[in-house]
Design a protein around this ligand. Structure first.
Ligand code: ARG
Length: 441
């Protein structure tokens, strides 16, 4: 039974936060004369010595959970007076406190790491600002675009992720300590004082809600799952682009691994594992929501199961962001291969339709004409693309085609001209890079 109910194997991670919270609590108890100052002094000294030893790697004897383990160690070190620490407190508000302090730190570390990834994206984008690639929808050739524009898309996704981790701080920054078991306490505690000591902006308003609330963990785990989903989309592109069929990029050797049988292999395992591990973070979100959905108020022991998904989502997201950072900065762009693909797959069909539209034809009619040209070329199954079609032949589809059509059929010129705000065009891309730079520098 003891093994079954114990959370010590995983919640020992909360030790530094638990001690920080206990020190603030005991200081408050002394200031309100709930316990004598000299007892508080002994308790705080004892707690600090435990923190110091743990920082050096000393392990605490196992207990039901980290809260009991620290209290037992305190009593071992300073005797009976240690038992006063838990006056006007419950493990129910204590565990929420530990988790909020942990999550607040974790969110800040993720924000800092996202920023590093964004910097890597920016520098790779700037180094390859003129590299053209085929843009896709449905994984079919669509229109040409600049590689920098494509990878900056991930920079903006991560910007929204960063905003989510920052925004959750508002809700994390409410002091749960003092809710006690769930109803508060008759001791004359001062919640504002512990709030201040622990850098919370205020105290929570309802003690039942306080001990029942795990929303901040759900939010963190959701933001992690979405960040990982973004990284997973990137990872999928890395896997595809580094295949010999694409050959758009190659990965530095330290991000690939070999095969035990096929000597030639350099597999994109790191990207594949970002993709693979993202599914665990999605699972963690599902686990947490279903953990909470049928719980009556207030605290229920089920809530102890909130920790593994929180810790795992944090670890996975932080390490995957680091791998993504190394991937963005280490990938080698094969510009020639990407540009070669820009000359295939009728990538300039939209441009040809736009040409007719600019000459006065209704766009829908122009779309139909170019559709017919492409269909006919495909039926001939030659390697001809639009720029190879002779003017006479073009004129047989529409008299509006003139000699001036050919300069339009350059992928470079086509992409460069898309200067609508946020577009891939050279000028628009300059503005985008300038704006993105402001965010990350
Ligand atoms: N280890 C417990 C948890 O993580 C601490 C709270 C225990 N509270 C209780 N009423 N049994 O949830």
């Amino acid at each position: 039974m003891q093994d079954y109910i114990s959370s010590f194997s995983f919640d020992k991670r909360l030790a530094p936060y638990d001690i920080e919270g206990s020190i603030a609590h005991v200081q408050m108890l002394a200031s309100k004369k709930i316990i004598p100052s000299k007892d508080a002094g002994k308790i705080i000294k004892g707690l600090k010595s435990i923190a110091k030893d743990m920082a050096k790697g000393k392990k605490l004897p196992a207990a039901e959970d980290i809260h009991f383990a620290i209290e037992a160690e305190l009593v071992r070190r300073i005797g009976e007076v240690g038992k006063k620490m838990h006056t006007a407190r419950s493990r129910n508000d204590q565990v929420v406190l530990d988790l909020k302090l942990y999550t607040r730190d974790a969110a800040q570390k993720i924000v800092a790491k996202i920023l590093e990834v964004q910097k890597a994206i920016l520098s790779t984008a700037m180094k390859n600002q003129n590299v053209l690639m085929p843009g896709y929808t449905h994984l079919q050739h669509g229109q040409p675009l600049f590689f920098a524009h494509h990878i900056l898309a991930y920079g903006w996704m991560l910007e929204r992720d960063k905003a989510r981790f920052l925004d959750m701080q508002k809700r994390l920054n409410e002091n749960p300590l003092g809710a006690c078991a769930f109803a508060g306490t008759a001791f004359p505690i001062d919640r504002a004082k512990t709030a201040k000591a622990l850098k919370f902006s205020k105290s929570t308003e309802n003690s039942v809600d306080t001990v029942s609330d795990r929303d901040f963990i759900v939010e963190f785990v959701f933001a992690s799952a979405l960040t990982m989903t973004h990284l997973s989309r990137f990872a999928e592109e890395i896997v595809t682009w580094s295949s010999s069929e694409f050959g758009f990029i190659s990965l530095p050797e330290n991000l690939t691994s070999g095969s035990s049988i096929m000597p030639q292999k350099r597999n994109p395992d790191t990207a594949e594992l970002i993709r693979g591990k993202s599914s665990k973070t999605i699972g963690n979100l599902t686990q947490l929501l279903s953990l909470i959905k049928n719980l009556p108020l207030s605290y229920n022991r089920d809530l102890q199961e909130d920790k593994p998904p929180l810790f795992e989502s944090y670890d996975t997201t932080l390490t995957s962001l680091e791998i993504a950072r190394q991937t963005f900065s280490g990938l080698k762009v094969n510009a020639a291969r990407m540009e070669e693909e820009c000359r295939k797959g009728f990538l300039l069909a939209t441009e040809l339709a736009d040409y007719l539209a600019r000459k006065g034809m209704a766009f829908r009619a122009a779309h139909a004409i170019v559709g017919k040209i492409v269909k006919d070329l495909r039926a001939e199954s030659g390697s001809e693309d639009l720029e190879d079609v002779a003017l006479d032949r073009l004129k047989s589809y529409s008299p509006l085609f003139k000699d001036d059509v050919y300069p339009h059929l350059s992928p470079q010129r086509n992409a460069s001209a898309k200067n609508s705000y946020g577009g891939t065009g050279t000028k628009a891309l300059d503005i985008q890079i300038r704006n993105f730079k402001k965010l990350v520098q």
